[in-house]
Design a protein around this ligand. Structure first.
Ligand code: FES
Length: 284
């Protein structure tokens, strides 16, 4: 029996089931059929989620939607359902859906997360979900945050590799167990999702602060023996708004979906820049 038939039966007059069944079977057996159907309906009918999504720019507001609940549903599935079924003008960002590109990060029930790797069952409280754009960044529209200042800070922290060799030189061998290689390896997997930046209290207080992702990137390059711009990089990250502005609250480490530890990278930059200063390589 399909769901439509079940619904049709549910809406008929239960005190007179014979009328619906046109005289087939005894009233007692018909009542038994109804009882069985109720059990089936309870298991079959979809439960739904109450989802509040941020709509508009910085002066927008949360708008509520009723979304069908599904098994193994992610927060990104929920947002996509709203865009495809309730309002096609909803803006949000995603690409890979498997935790590789870092583009789907949003604020879910008050916490920055990758929405493609966050199951609704883990975060919804009483079937309620609130999803907004990443914090500490301007809002473009709806759930899409403007990442420009995030990547500008990457540039300010000299987050680009500066080769010390040309392609004519032989490939440089890096010992996998060297201290510098291991320090770089511990921080290199960052995919720039912006979760740590959105979670950082220091960014919230001090918009000039470079933030955990840019400083984490700088630390990987400081540990890259092939790089030729490390003094310049240390000067950039030791300036105002750089590593010394970090208060080590560790929100970045707590929220990083890859379990990286940008606080440790920033502490490494503090030590490296202090050493360079004591050697007279950096000016106060
Ligand atoms: Fe790529 Fe979520 S869509 S990390």
């Amino acid at each position: 029996m399909n769901l439509l038939a079940v619904r049709a039966m549910g809406s008929c007059n239960r005190s007179n089931p014979e009328a619906w069944l046109a005289g087939t079977g005894s009233p007692a057996s018909v009542a038994l059929v109804f009882a069985a159907i109720e059990v089936v309906m309870e298991g079959t009918l979809q439960k739904s989620l109450r989802v509040s999504l941020w709509r508009g720019g910085a002066d927008g507001r949360y708008v509520s939607y009723e979304v069908p609940a599904r098994e193994s549903q992610t927060v990104l599935d929920v947002v996509t359902w709203v865009q495809r079924n309730a309002d096609a003008t909803l803006s949000y960002r995603f690409a890979c859906r498997v935790g590789m590109c870092g583009s789907c990060a949003m604020t879910v029930n008050g916490r920055p997360r990758w929405t493609c790797r966050t199951h609704v069952s883990k975060v919804a409280s009483n079937g309620q979900l609130t999803v907004g754009p990443l914090e500490n960044l301007p809002v473009i529209k709806d759930l899409a945050a403007d990442m420009r200042e995030f990547f500008d800070k990457w540039q300010r922290a000299k987050g680009r590799f500066a080769p010390s060799k040309s392609r004519a030189d032989p490939v440089e061998r890096i010992a996998p167990d060297s201290a510098a290689r291991r320090a770089a390896a511990a921080a290199i997997e960052c995919i720039n999702c912006g979760v740590c930046y959105a979670a950082c209290d220091t960014v919230r207080w001090n918009p000039d602060y470079l933030g955990p992702a840019a400083l984490n990137r700088a630390w990987t390059l400081v540990n890259d023996v092939r790089d030729a711009a490390n003094l310049e990089r240390l000067a950039a990250v030791a300036a105002d708004g750089g590593c010394h502005a970090c208060h080590s609250h560790q929100s970045c480490q707590e929220h990083c979906p890859l379990a990286l530890n940008p606080t440790a990278s920033i502490a490494g930059l503090k030590r490296a820049s202090a050493r360079a200063y004591l050697r007279g390589e950096l000016k106060p």
